[in-house]
Design a binder for this molecule. Structure first.
Ligand SMILES: *Cc1c(COP(=O)(O)O)cnc(C)c1O
Length: 228
């Protein structure tokens, strides 16, 4: 087992936990590019949900860390890589097609386990962000029959706001996702009980718009090197 980093500064973690408590939101500690020792340090404090973006990096770190960590895959997932994370991943936040869902279901079945999933919705103005447009999601949901994917439990929506300092723009984008979530929820409350939105720079806004899961990296661990 990995030893944890004794020099880890836990003040940001404590402060974020206190901020989330009144909202009953879950903190996903985004640990991409972080060494396993930093993940272990947060684990020692009681953090159990961690988010990773890259399959290879996750596969290197996961075996070094406690088995009861809930790993959230938050990056773009290529269909042919689903098999590598299926043995242990808790939730995939980036489901954007039925073929990906079908492959993930197949791999979950192979491992005889249930994987949770979120539909990733494109809300940002930037072209580069992945995800389904709201209308594409509605089309997919018409063709989506949960019984076709018995090893996947879809639980909600994920989205990323534009990378901007303009608070009004971020509010508009999170507001859009919240509205979509609240439109979908009444018909199928079991499939829409999680709304994953908010990162280091915008999570207070996300909480005001009903986020149930915030994905925070740099605020917890310090700035990442600019290039992965
Ligand atoms: C990296 C990343 C985060 C965390 O970003 P920070 O700005 O470091 O908090 C959250 N969500 C996704 C999808 C990411 O890729």
């Amino acid at each position: 087992m990995i030893t944890f980093s004794k020099h880890f500064d836990s003040s940001a973690w404590l402060q974020i936990c206190q901020q989330l408590a009144p909202y009953n939101a879950t903190l996903i500690a985004v640990s991409k590019t972080q060494p396993a020792s930093n993940i272990a340090a947060l684990y020692e404090l009681g953090q159990r949900h961690f988010g990773e973006n890259y399959v290879q990096e996750l596969l290197e770190k996961q075996p070094q860390l406690p088995a009861d960590i809930h790993w959230h895959f938050i990056g773009h997932l290529q269909r042919n890589k689903a098999k590598y994370i299926a043995p242990f991943v808790h939730t995939v936040h980036s489901i954007d097609s039925l073929p990906l869902l079908a492959e993930l279901n197949r791999q979950a079945e192979q491992n005889n386990r249930i994987i949770r999933g979120l539909w990733q919705v494109h809300i940002a103005k930037e072209e580069t962000k992945f995800g389904l447009l709201p209308n594409e999601l509605r089309d997919i949901l018409e063709k989506f029959h949960p019984s076709d994917y018995p090893f996947i439990q879809m639980v909600g929506l994920m989205g990323m706001a534009s990378f901007t300092k303009n608070i009004a723009d971020i509010q508009t984008e999170f507001g859009l996702l919240q509205q979509l979530y609240e439109q979908l929820k009444p018909s199928q409350p079991d499939y829409f009980c999680q709304l994953s939105m908010g990162m280091s720079s915008d999570y207070p806004i996300a909480l005001q718009h009903g986020s149930t899961m915030v994905r925070i990296g740099s605020l917890l661990f310090g700035d990442r090197p600019t290039k992965h």
